[in-house]
Design a protein around this ligand. Structure first.
Ligand SMILES: C[S@@+](CC[C@H](N)C(=O)[O-])C[C@H]1O[C@@H](n2cnc3c(N)ncnc32)[C@H](O)[C@@H]1O
Length: 184
Protein backbone atom coordinates (compact mmCIF):
# COMPACT_ATOMS: atom_id res chain seq x y z
CA UNK A 1 0.00 0.00 0.00
CA UNK A 2 1.09 3.56 -0.65
CA UNK A 3 2.23 5.55 2.38
CA UNK A 4 1.17 9.13 2.98
CA UNK A 5 4.77 10.28 2.39
CA UNK A 6 4.96 8.97 -1.16
CA UNK A 7 3.74 11.37 -3.87
CA UNK A 8 0.83 10.12 -5.91
CA UNK A 9 2.59 11.13 -9.12
CA UNK A 10 1.72 13.38 -12.00
CA UNK A 11 -1.99 13.89 -12.41
CA UNK A 12 -3.27 14.92 -15.78
CA UNK A 13 -5.46 17.97 -16.02
CA UNK A 14 -8.01 18.10 -18.80
CA UNK A 15 -9.67 21.41 -18.26
CA UNK A 16 -8.79 23.49 -21.32
CA UNK A 17 -11.77 25.55 -22.46
CA UNK A 18 -13.79 23.78 -25.11
CA UNK A 19 -12.29 20.38 -24.46
CA UNK A 20 -15.49 18.93 -23.05
CA UNK A 21 -18.60 18.25 -25.06
CA UNK A 22 -21.94 16.53 -24.60
CA UNK A 23 -23.00 15.60 -21.08
CA UNK A 24 -19.60 16.47 -19.59
CA UNK A 25 -19.65 19.95 -21.09
CA UNK A 26 -23.19 20.51 -19.85
CA UNK A 27 -22.29 19.41 -16.31
CA UNK A 28 -19.16 21.58 -16.27
CA UNK A 29 -21.05 24.66 -17.45
CA UNK A 30 -23.74 24.04 -14.84
CA UNK A 31 -21.44 23.49 -11.84
CA UNK A 32 -19.23 26.43 -12.85
CA UNK A 33 -22.22 28.76 -13.17
CA UNK A 34 -22.89 31.55 -10.69
CA UNK A 35 -26.41 30.19 -10.06
CA UNK A 36 -25.23 26.68 -9.17
CA UNK A 37 -22.37 28.02 -7.09
CA UNK A 38 -24.72 30.31 -5.15
CA UNK A 39 -27.22 27.51 -4.58
CA UNK A 40 -24.85 24.76 -3.47
CA UNK A 41 -22.53 27.09 -1.55
CA UNK A 42 -25.02 29.40 0.16
CA UNK A 43 -28.29 27.46 0.28
CA UNK A 44 -27.16 23.82 0.42
CA UNK A 45 -24.27 24.52 2.78
CA UNK A 46 -21.08 24.30 0.74
CA UNK A 47 -19.84 21.06 2.24
CA UNK A 48 -21.74 17.88 1.29
CA UNK A 49 -23.97 18.20 -1.76
CA UNK A 50 -25.49 14.76 -2.00
CA UNK A 51 -28.55 12.90 -0.80
CA UNK A 52 -28.76 12.53 2.98
CA UNK A 53 -30.01 9.72 5.19
CA UNK A 54 -32.62 11.43 7.36
CA UNK A 55 -33.55 10.37 10.90
CA UNK A 56 -36.46 12.82 10.91
CA UNK A 57 -38.16 14.99 8.28
CA UNK A 58 -36.93 18.31 9.68
CA UNK A 59 -33.34 17.26 10.21
CA UNK A 60 -30.76 19.75 8.83
CA UNK A 61 -29.30 18.79 5.45
CA UNK A 62 -25.77 18.83 6.86
CA UNK A 63 -26.50 16.19 9.52
CA UNK A 64 -28.29 13.85 7.15
CA UNK A 65 -25.62 14.27 4.49
CA UNK A 66 -22.87 13.51 6.94
CA UNK A 67 -24.70 10.34 8.00
CA UNK A 68 -24.54 9.11 4.40
CA UNK A 69 -20.78 9.65 4.30
CA UNK A 70 -20.20 7.98 7.65
CA UNK A 71 -22.29 4.95 6.69
CA UNK A 72 -20.48 4.49 3.38
CA UNK A 73 -17.08 4.93 5.02
CA UNK A 74 -17.97 2.47 7.76
CA UNK A 75 -18.23 -0.28 5.14
CA UNK A 76 -14.57 0.15 4.25
CA UNK A 77 -11.40 -0.75 6.10
CA UNK A 78 -9.70 2.61 5.68
CA UNK A 79 -6.34 3.22 7.31
CA UNK A 80 -3.66 5.89 7.19
CA UNK A 81 -2.07 4.08 4.26
CA UNK A 82 -5.24 3.96 2.16
CA UNK A 83 -5.55 6.03 -1.00
CA UNK A 84 -9.12 7.02 -1.90
CA UNK A 85 -10.14 8.41 -5.28
CA UNK A 86 -13.29 10.56 -5.01
CA UNK A 87 -14.93 10.98 -8.42
CA UNK A 88 -16.97 14.18 -8.74
CA UNK A 89 -15.84 15.48 -5.35
CA UNK A 90 -17.81 18.75 -5.23
CA UNK A 91 -16.65 21.02 -2.39
CA UNK A 92 -14.83 18.09 -0.79
CA UNK A 93 -16.99 17.41 2.26
CA UNK A 94 -16.49 13.66 1.96
CA UNK A 95 -12.79 13.98 1.20
CA UNK A 96 -12.26 16.04 4.36
CA UNK A 97 -14.31 13.60 6.45
CA UNK A 98 -12.29 10.63 5.20
CA UNK A 99 -8.92 12.35 5.62
CA UNK A 100 -9.73 13.67 9.10
CA UNK A 101 -11.43 10.51 10.36
CA UNK A 102 -9.09 7.87 8.97
CA UNK A 103 -5.90 9.79 8.17
CA UNK A 104 -6.01 8.43 4.63
CA UNK A 105 -4.93 10.23 1.48
CA UNK A 106 -7.67 11.39 -0.89
CA UNK A 107 -7.42 12.26 -4.55
CA UNK A 108 -10.45 14.38 -5.37
CA UNK A 109 -11.23 14.58 -9.07
CA UNK A 110 -13.85 17.10 -10.09
CA UNK A 111 -15.02 18.79 -13.26
CA UNK A 112 -15.92 22.19 -11.82
CA UNK A 113 -12.97 24.54 -11.36
CA UNK A 114 -15.23 26.88 -9.36
CA UNK A 115 -15.98 24.15 -6.82
CA UNK A 116 -12.35 23.03 -6.82
CA UNK A 117 -11.17 26.50 -5.84
CA UNK A 118 -13.55 26.47 -2.88
CA UNK A 119 -12.48 22.92 -2.08
CA UNK A 120 -8.78 23.85 -1.95
CA UNK A 121 -9.51 26.86 0.26
CA UNK A 122 -11.53 24.76 2.72
CA UNK A 123 -8.78 22.14 2.84
CA UNK A 124 -6.21 24.83 3.58
CA UNK A 125 -8.33 26.22 6.43
CA UNK A 126 -8.47 22.73 7.96
CA UNK A 127 -4.79 21.89 7.41
CA UNK A 128 -5.63 19.22 4.82
CA UNK A 129 -3.79 20.50 1.77
CA UNK A 130 -1.23 17.70 1.94
CA UNK A 131 -3.79 14.98 2.62
CA UNK A 132 -6.19 15.87 -0.20
CA UNK A 133 -5.11 16.44 -3.78
CA UNK A 134 -7.78 18.34 -5.68
CA UNK A 135 -7.62 17.58 -9.40
CA UNK A 136 -9.38 19.44 -12.20
CA UNK A 137 -10.70 16.85 -14.65
CA UNK A 138 -13.40 14.45 -15.79
CA UNK A 139 -14.06 10.99 -14.44
CA UNK A 140 -14.63 9.83 -17.99
CA UNK A 141 -10.89 10.12 -18.50
CA UNK A 142 -8.96 9.38 -15.33
CA UNK A 143 -5.24 9.94 -15.82
CA UNK A 144 -3.71 8.23 -12.79
CA UNK A 145 -0.62 6.07 -12.36
CA UNK A 146 -1.18 2.32 -12.40
CA UNK A 147 -2.01 0.60 -9.10
CA UNK A 148 -2.45 3.87 -7.23
CA UNK A 149 -5.95 3.59 -5.76
CA UNK A 150 -7.29 1.43 -2.91
CA UNK A 151 -10.84 2.77 -2.84
CA UNK A 152 -12.98 4.35 -5.54
CA UNK A 153 -15.57 6.63 -3.95
CA UNK A 154 -18.33 8.63 -5.61
CA UNK A 155 -21.59 10.25 -4.55
CA UNK A 156 -24.34 11.68 -6.72
CA UNK A 157 -22.01 12.38 -9.62
CA UNK A 158 -22.29 9.60 -12.24
CA UNK A 159 -25.81 10.75 -13.05
CA UNK A 160 -24.12 13.52 -15.06
CA UNK A 161 -22.24 11.10 -17.29
CA UNK A 162 -23.17 10.15 -20.82
CA UNK A 163 -21.32 6.86 -20.27
CA UNK A 164 -21.95 5.77 -16.70
CA UNK A 165 -20.07 2.47 -16.95
CA UNK A 166 -16.81 4.16 -17.92
CA UNK A 167 -15.65 5.47 -14.52
CA UNK A 168 -16.28 2.05 -13.00
CA UNK A 169 -14.60 -0.14 -15.57
CA UNK A 170 -13.06 -3.09 -13.76
CA UNK A 171 -9.98 -3.00 -15.95
CA UNK A 172 -8.98 0.55 -14.98
CA UNK A 173 -5.21 0.24 -14.43
CA UNK A 174 -5.09 2.83 -11.64
CA UNK A 175 -7.10 0.52 -9.37
CA UNK A 176 -4.94 -1.71 -7.22
CA UNK A 177 -5.85 -5.41 -7.33
CA UNK A 178 -8.73 -5.89 -4.89
CA UNK A 179 -9.52 -2.18 -4.71
CA UNK A 180 -12.86 -1.44 -3.03
CA UNK A 181 -15.68 0.64 -4.49
CA UNK A 182 -18.33 2.73 -2.73
CA UNK A 183 -20.78 4.77 -4.77
CA UNK A 184 -24.15 6.34 -4.09
C1 LIG B 1 -24.37 16.63 -6.81
S1 LIG B 1 -22.66 17.08 -6.90
C2 LIG B 1 -21.94 15.92 -5.72
C3 LIG B 1 -20.61 16.41 -5.21
C4 LIG B 1 -19.94 15.53 -4.17
N1 LIG B 1 -19.77 14.17 -4.65
C5 LIG B 1 -20.73 15.50 -2.90
O1 LIG B 1 -21.37 14.49 -2.64
O2 LIG B 1 -20.72 16.49 -2.14
C6 LIG B 1 -22.14 16.38 -8.48
C7 LIG B 1 -20.66 16.61 -8.76
O3 LIG B 1 -20.26 15.85 -9.89
C8 LIG B 1 -19.27 16.60 -10.57
N2 LIG B 1 -19.17 16.06 -11.94
C9 LIG B 1 -20.15 15.98 -12.87
N3 LIG B 1 -19.68 15.39 -14.00
C10 LIG B 1 -18.37 15.11 -13.78
C11 LIG B 1 -17.34 14.52 -14.55
N4 LIG B 1 -17.53 14.09 -15.81
N5 LIG B 1 -16.12 14.38 -14.00
C12 LIG B 1 -15.88 14.82 -12.73
N6 LIG B 1 -16.81 15.39 -11.94
C13 LIG B 1 -18.06 15.53 -12.46
C14 LIG B 1 -19.76 18.01 -10.48
O4 LIG B 1 -18.72 18.95 -10.72
C15 LIG B 1 -20.29 18.04 -9.05
O5 LIG B 1 -19.28 18.43 -8.16
Amino acid sequence: MRTTEEPVGPIGSVTADGEYSGAVGTARDYYNSADADAFYWSVWGGEDIHIGIYDRPDEPIAEASRRTVARMAGQLDLTESSVVLDLGAGFGGSARYLAETYGCRVMALNLSEVENERHRALNAERGLTEAIEVMDGSFESIPLPDDSVDVVWSQDAFLHSGNRARPLEEAAPWRKPGARRRTA
